[in-house]
Design a protein around this ligand. Structure first.
Ligand code: CA
Length: 476
């Protein structure tokens, strides 16, 4: 018995050390506002992305992959494995740009605990959106990252660069950002090649304002937006090449995806989500179904495709387990482990996906069925009303009764089939009721939504809500 115990212990140690020696590296490349169609391998008619297309040939193309509807919430979801309405924030919950609470557990924190070197490069957007007023104590070095080089928010106006937690440069040349973030990520990979590492490379573009360097400007048939994507593609290629040259190809997962759909309000500076309906800010598919490719030779079968529902919230629990750890068990985690999808062992996972537009529960998907829910919040106090000009009029219209779509036959969400499938509507309405209770909705606190004691109040049901999101400009 005792010998058995010792043998078991020794075997366990050997198992552990083997597992440690093969702990895979993870690189997540996260673009900003890139549409579902904005890659050659996702059907772009005019943008050329040979390196990412090649990555797809060597890995798996996910065609049913979801992020969130806008930047900051999408980043928090990726980091925590939870819907944005679930994770805690330290700012006013009415703000559309969450300041993520440091008591949240990020992918980086899990991996750091497992002995990984962790580096974040690029846009963070979880420490305050204003480049002049971000919170230093919420930057990546306080959320599990050993190294950080990037910018706290978007590039709507200017980009100021930070190293660690200190600002080092103001009004950086936008056209250099894609290359500079990539340079920094590659230098980090080189310096950590002998330890397991995690790289989060979150590009500032193709969020506007767009800029491309001289080598790419004016070269794409897809205009400046196309130039920007082609420059991103080239720099993804540089990461792939360096990983290979360092002999890390067989032990590195590289995941490429986007934080939300194309920002259609930007017209010819916007991407495309065809054949999906609508774009950024909306809960139609174009708003948050994004292109996604995963590559890990020997672990993910080459040249394959997965059309199952998968999402950025799944990356945290999946990566945690592939690294030999697990997702936190002291709190609700919404993402599921999709390792079996990635390895090709299974074709689908039984799960439900919930679609939130800011704090409003808008849709539920289960299998091929998606139910768009009626809008229940007061019209003028609604985020849908405030964001109505970002998308086509028909897509911004207030939904009065549930609309059911069969995404397998109707990926463009053109035909409401709710009257033919009342039982399916009822089933999905039940799931929505669960989400409303557990995650929350505009007028309901989720029973398992987190605050860690931070200020919390009802969201869009509250008078004055709209003004707090988009305050009226004072007349001079
Ligand atoms: Ca975005």
């Amino acid at each position: 018995m005792r010998n058995g115990l010792i043998a078991g212990f020794v075997f366990g140690l050997i198992g552990l050390s083997c597992a440690e020696s093969v702990r895979p590296n993870f690189i997540i490349i996260f673009t900003d506002d890139q549409g579902y169609q904005d890659l050659g391998c996702f059907g772009s008619p005019d943008i050329k992305t040979p390196r990412i297309d090649q990555m797809a040939k060597e890995g798996m193309r996910f065609t049913g992959f979801y992020a969130q509807t806008v930047c900051g919430p999408s980043r928090g979801a990726l980091m925590t494995g939870c819907y944005p309405i679930r994770f805690a924030r330290q700012d006013d919950p009415n703000s559309i740009h969450p300041e993520m609470h440091t008591d949240e557990i990020t992918i980086a924190e899990i991996l750091k605990e497992l002995g990984y070197a962790t580096g974040a490069f690029g846009k963070w957007d979880l420490a305050g959106h204003n480049p002049a007023a971000y919170k230093e104590e919420l930057l990546p070095p306080h959320q599990g990252f050993d190294v950080y080089f990037g910018t706290p928010g978007s590039n709507d106006k200017v980009v100021n660069l930070i190293r660690g937690t200190k600002e080092i440069e103001q009004k950086a040349n936008m056209a250099t950002l894609t290359r500079r973030y990539t340079d920094e990520a590659i230098a980090f990979i080189e310096s950590k090649k002998d330890a397991p590492f995690f790289v989060y490379l979150a590009h500032t573009m193709p969020h506007t304002k767009l800029a491309a360097s001289a080598a790419f400007k004016g070269k794409s048939a897809g205009g400046l937006y196309g130039d920007v994507i082609e420059e991103l593609d080239f720099n993804v290629g540089r990461v792939l090449d360096r990983v290979k040259e360092l002999g890390l190809d067989d032990n590195t997962y590289i995941i490429f995806t986007s934080d939300n759909g194309p920002w259609l309000i930007r017209k010819n500076h916007s991407g495309h989500a065809d054949p999906l309906r609508s774009g950024k800010t909306s809960c139609w598919e174009g708003g948050l179904r994004v292109p996604c490719i995963m590559r890990a030779p020997g672990r993910i079968p080459a040249g394959t495709e997965c059309d199952a529902v998968a999402a950025t919230i799944d990356l945290m629990p999946t990566i945690a387990r592939l690294a030999g750890g697990k997702a936190p068990t002291d709190r609700m985690i919404d993402g599921v482990d999709i390792a079996a999808l990635m390895s090709g062992e299974v074709k689908a996972i039984d799960r439900t996906y919930y679609f939130y537009q800011h704090d409003c529960l808008r849709a539920v998907r289960s299998g091929k069925w998606k139910l768009m829910l009626p809008h229940t919040e007061p019209v003028e106090a609604s985020i849908a009303y405030k964001w109505r000009n970002h998308i086509a009029k028909a897509d911004a219209a207030r939904i009065q009764k549930p609309q059911l779509f069969n995404l397998e036959d109707d990926i463009g969400e053109t035909t409401d089939v709710s009257s033919q499938h009342p039982e399916k509507v009822a089933e999905l309405m039940k799931l929505a009721a669960w989400a409303r209770q557990d995650l929350g909705d505009h007028d309901t606190f989720g029973a398992n939504a987190r605050t860690f004691g931070a200020k919390r109040r009802l969201l869009s049901g509250e008078p004055g809500y709209a003004e707090t999101i988009f305050p009226k400009k004072k007349k001079k």
